[in-house]
Design a protein around this ligand. Structure first.
Ligand code: MG
Length: 375
C-alpha cells in the first residue's frame, strides 16, 4: 500500500494528454497541476456559496458545495492511496466534480433543466466539464483550464448518448459502454459516501432527523450500538460524530477490500483493461452496498423531501425560472460579456449562454439578481 502506482493505475506517461499542447510542469506531476488549476479557478471559489442541501445562509455549520467537495476529495484520496492508484488525479476529479452545479442544489439544477428543455437540457455533470473546458477564462493561450484527458473523463460521470456524440473523444465511452479509469470510479463513489454521511450530520443538526429515525438504518444502528456500548452517556453531538466516523470507516474499508478482490479476480493489468472491463471494478460488497443504498433512500424520504426543504425548493424554482425568463426577454440584463455572447447567437446557443450565466451564480448572488428584476 502506498508504494508506487499499480500497473492498472492512471499513469501520466501514458495519458491521452491535454487538448492544447503545453510544456510539461517543472516540479509537479501533470495531475497535480490539474488539481492546482482547479483550486485556483473562479468556479471552485464560488462553491463556497452554493447550496449542498441547506441553503448557505441557513447556518454557518452546514456543508456547502465547497466543504462537500473537500470531503469527497478526502475520501477519494484515502481510497486511491490504499489501492496504489493515482492520488493527485483522484483528488483533481473530486475537487472538480461539482464545479458546474447551479445555485440552490438539486432544485436549481432541475429548474434550469426545465427551462432548457427545448434547448438541449441542462445537466450539472456536463456543465462541470464545460466549466473546465470552456467557461473558465484565465489563461492567455487556451480557453478553460486545459486539463488532462483522464481528469476530464472523470468529471463527466454521466452523459446522454446525444451529448456524448457531440463531445468527441471524452464522450466516446458512453457510446461504447466502456469504463473510465479507476480514479474516476473512486471519485464517483466517494461523492455518494460523503453526502450520505454529512447529510446525516446536517439533517440531525437541523432537527429534521431524529436518533430514533436514524436507528432504523442498519449502517447507523451498528455504529450506534458500538458507541453506546463503549461510551454510555455520551452527549448527542459527540455520539453523532463517533457514529459518522465509524460509518465512513466501515464503508471505505469495505470498498477497498471489495475493489481489491475484484481487481485480482478480473486480472486487469493496465488502464486499457480497466476501460474494457464489463463493469466498474471499484465497488462495495453486496451487503454493505445494500446498507449504503438503504441510507441514501432513507435520506431521500426523510430529509430531501422534508417540508422545510420543500419550501426552499419552491423558492429556488421561482428565482431560477424568473431569472431565466427575464434574461431571455432582455439579454442586456446580463453583464456585457454574457449579453454580447447572447446577442451574437440565437436559438439553442442563446439559451445556453443564459444557462451558463445562471449556473455560475452563487445562492445569494441569484437571490440579489432576482430582487433586482423588480427595480
Ligand atoms: Mg457531489
Amino acid at each position: 500500500m502506498g508504494g508506487g502506482l499499480a500497473p492498472y493505475a492512471a499513469d501520466e506517461s501514458q495519458s491521452r494528454g491535454r487538448q492544447y499542447d503545453e510544456p510539461g510542469p517543472t516540479f509537479r506531476s501533470e495531475y497535480q497541476r490539474d488539481r492546482d488549476r482547479i483550486i485556483h479557478s473562479t468556479a471552485f471559489r464560488r462553491l463556497m456559496y452554493k447550496t449542498q442541501v441547506f441553503v448557505n445562509h441557513e447556518g454557518d455549520l452546514y456543508r456547502t458545495r465547497l466543504t462537500h467537495s473537500l470531503e469527497v476529495s478526502q475520501i477519494g484520496r484515502s481510497v486511491a492511496f490504499a489501492l496504489d492508484l493515482n492520488e493527485p488525479l483522484t483528488e483533481a476529479i473530486c475537487l472538480a466534480h461539482d464545479l458546474g452545479h447551479t445555485p440552490f442544489g438539486h432544485a436549481g439544477q432541475d429548474t434550469l433543466n426545465d427551462c432548457m428543455r427545448d434547448h438541449g437540457g441542462f445537466e450539472h455533470n456536463l456543465q462541470s466539464l464545460r466549466v473546465v473546458d470552456e467557461l473558465e477564462a484565465k489563461y492567455a493561450s487556451f480557453p478553460g483550464l486545459n486539463l488532462m484527458f483522464e481528469t476530464r473523463e472523470g468529471i463527466l460521470k454521466h452523459c446522454s448518448k446525444r451529448n456524448a456524440r457531440e463531445l468527441g473523444e471524452v464522450g466516446r465511452r458512453f457510446l461504447e459502454r466502456r469504463q473510465p479509469a479507476l480514479e474516476a470510479q473512486i471519485a464517483d463513489i466517494a461523492d455518494a459516501i460523503a453526502y450520505n454521511n454529512h447529510d446525516v450530520d446536517d439533517g440531525f443538526r437541523a432537527g429534521l432527523l431524529t436518533l430514533e429515525q436514524l436507528r432504523t438504518q442498519e449502517l447507523f444502528e451498528t455504529a450506534y450500538r458500538e458507541v453506546r456500548d463503549s461510551y454510555p452517556g455520551l452527549e448527542d453531538r459527540r455520539l453523532i460524530y463517533e457514529i459518522i466516523r465509524r460509518m465512513i470507516g466501515t464503508v471505505v474499508l469495505d470498498l477497498v477490500d471489495e475493489t481489491r478482490r475484484r481487481l485480482d479476480e478480473s486480472g486487469v493489468a493496465s488502464i486499457d483493461d480497466v476501460r474494457s472491463a464489463n463493469g466498474p471494478l471499484v465497488a462495495m460488497s453486496d451487503d454493505v452496498h445494500a446498507q449504503h443504498v438503504g441510507l441514501k433512500r432513507f435520506l431521500n424520504e426523510h430529509l430531501y423531501t422534508h417540508e422545510q426543504k420543500l419550501e426552499m425548493t419552491r423558492r429556488a424554482q421561482t428565482v431560477v425560472r424568473e431569472l431565466f425568463d427575464a434574461y431571455r426577454d432582455d439579454v442586456n440584463r446580463m453583464p456585457p460579456e454574457f449579453a454580447g455572447r447572447a446577442e451574437n447567437s440565437d436559438g439553442d446557443s442563446r439559451a445556453r449562454v443564459i444557462a451558463d450565466y445562471i449556473a455560475g451564480m452563487t445562492d445569494r448572488f441569484a437571490i440579489k439578481a432576482h430582487e433586482s428584476l423588480r427595480c
